[in-house]
Design a protein around this ligand. Structure first.
Ligand code: SIN
Ligand code: FE2
Length: 214
């Protein structure tokens, strides 16, 4: 395979990934995705959500699709409407959905039917602590995670929080698919380092496609 980090640094060996997880280097075209993201953010602006305990998440978030992931004093859940605007979340653009379906197929998960995409925006210094994606009604569908903008270190943990996570460098256009035995692995993002992306400026974006409702 070519593209992504391996071209920049001359065929760096890729670290072994857990069963069920695949990394598709440079699979997503950020030029195609950028205007779609901008239109979603226009209708459903990025916002900082809080946990049940009142802590503000470091990444700003929005969603598109039939439902969207939210958190506030009532905890983590999916909602059909954006609590900020009281409107339904913007629909998932067809090219975004097609990218996720194709990536899942490429990774060995045919027939993917995501109903939501959580969009995370990380400013420099923002990261995401180790967590499982476990607010969905079923775990038979994979998570498809698209990295855009500034590079980051994706932390690949184990089945429990106590497993020491392994670092995986992800750059603009990389897609990580985790399903099957990897679906409920702990994962996170190290604080994003200072940088400037030609298209996205001082930000990293992540699109996380999921099947949230059965
Ligand atoms: C997430 O786990 O929701 C986001 C992961 C990432 O930003 O790559
Ligand atoms: Fe996650």
């Amino acid at each position: 395979m070519s593209g992504g980090a391996s071209d920049l640094f001359g065929a760096l060996p890729e670290p072994p990934l857990p069963d069920g997880m695949r990394l598709l280097r440079g699979y997503a075209d950020s030029a195609d995705l950028a205007p779609l993201l901008a239109a979603i953010a226009e209708a459903a602006p990025f916002r900082f959500m809080t946990t049940r305990g009142g802590a503000r998440l470091a990444a700003a978030m929005t969603n598109c699709g039939d439902c969207g992931w939210v958190t506030d004093r009532r905890g983590y859940r999916y909602e059909s409407r954006d609590p900020e605007t009281a409107q339904p979340w913007p629909p998932m653009p067809v090219p975004m959905r097609s990218l996720a379906v194709a990536a899942a197929g490429e990774a060995g998960y045919p027939g993917y039917d995501p109903d939501t995409c959580l969009i995370n925006r990380y400013a420099i210094g923002a990261g995401m602590g180790l967590h499982q994606d476990s607010d969905e009604a079923e775990f038979t569908s994979p998570v498809v995670s698209v990295s855009l903008g500034l590079p980051a270190t994706f932390l690949v943990g184990g089945e429990t929080r106590s497993t020491k996570p392994k670092p995986l460098a992800v750059v603009n256009g990389d897609v990580v698919v985790f399903g099957g035995l990897a679906r409920l692995l702990f994962h996170g993002i190290r604080p994003v380092k200072v940088g400037h992306d030609a298209r996205f400026g001082p930000f990293r974006y992540n699109l996380t496609f999921r099947r949230a409702r059965a």
